[in-house]
Design a protein around this ligand. Structure first.
Ligand code: NI
Length: 178
């Protein structure tokens, strides 16, 4: 069920546009996958990473707002998350590990409620605000195959067109190189 080799997937890899499937049972393979995701997230200096971003099209994401492997107490793993957004709209600049060097302002709720399973298979719920609310919404979008560039205006997209073209070219080259 885990991809053979987990590695960071970059735009426009088609796996990023797929809707991820629910995780049916939380077993050692899932725990191993979550550890691998955290490792990849730390290696790339991220604070959140979703399954599809490592080619694992399952409804799981990891986060650590400290962004540091030496702060494991800050690690969060969300499996089959369900998010409701009771908050007001807020604008904040976001990045995404699948889009190196792209920073764009995105409108999202400033607070969310999230229910999910943890790696022990236990259900938990939490209210999130600020960076965590932002991160949760960005990562849940990944599980639905929605990329942050789909949430900006055409004008904002034009402004990053060069960077997207570069990523498209790199992806094509990596495909051709096998
Ligand atoms: Ni992202």
């Amino acid at each position: 069920m885990l991809p053979q080799k987990m590695r960071l997937r970059y735009y426009p890899d088609p796996v990023l546009r797929q809707r991820a499937e629910a995780i049916e049972s939380i077993d050692d393979a899932v725990r191993q996958g979550a550890r691998a995701m955290l490792r990849i997230m730390y290696d790339h200096g991220g604070i959140g990473l979703a399954g599809p971003q490592v080619g694992w099209s399952k409804r799981i994401f990891v986060a650590n707002l400290a962004g540091a492997a030496d702060k494991p107490e800050e690690e969060l793993v969300f499996i089959n998350p369900v998010v409701t957004a009771p908050g007001e709209e807020a604008v904040l600049e976001e990045g995404c590990l699948s889009f190196p060097d792209v920073r764009i302002e995105i409108v999202r709720a400033d607070r969310v409620h999230i229910a999910a399973l943890n790696l022990a298979g236990e259900r938990f719920e939490m209210d999130a605000s600020e960076m965590l609310a932002r991160c949760v919404q960005h990562e849940v979008d990944h599980l639905d195959g929605i990329l942050f560039i789909s949430r900006i205006s055409l004008a904002a997209r034009m402004a990053i067109r060069g960077k997207l073209k570069d990523l498209e070219r790199k992806y094509k080259e990596s495909k051709e190189a096998g």
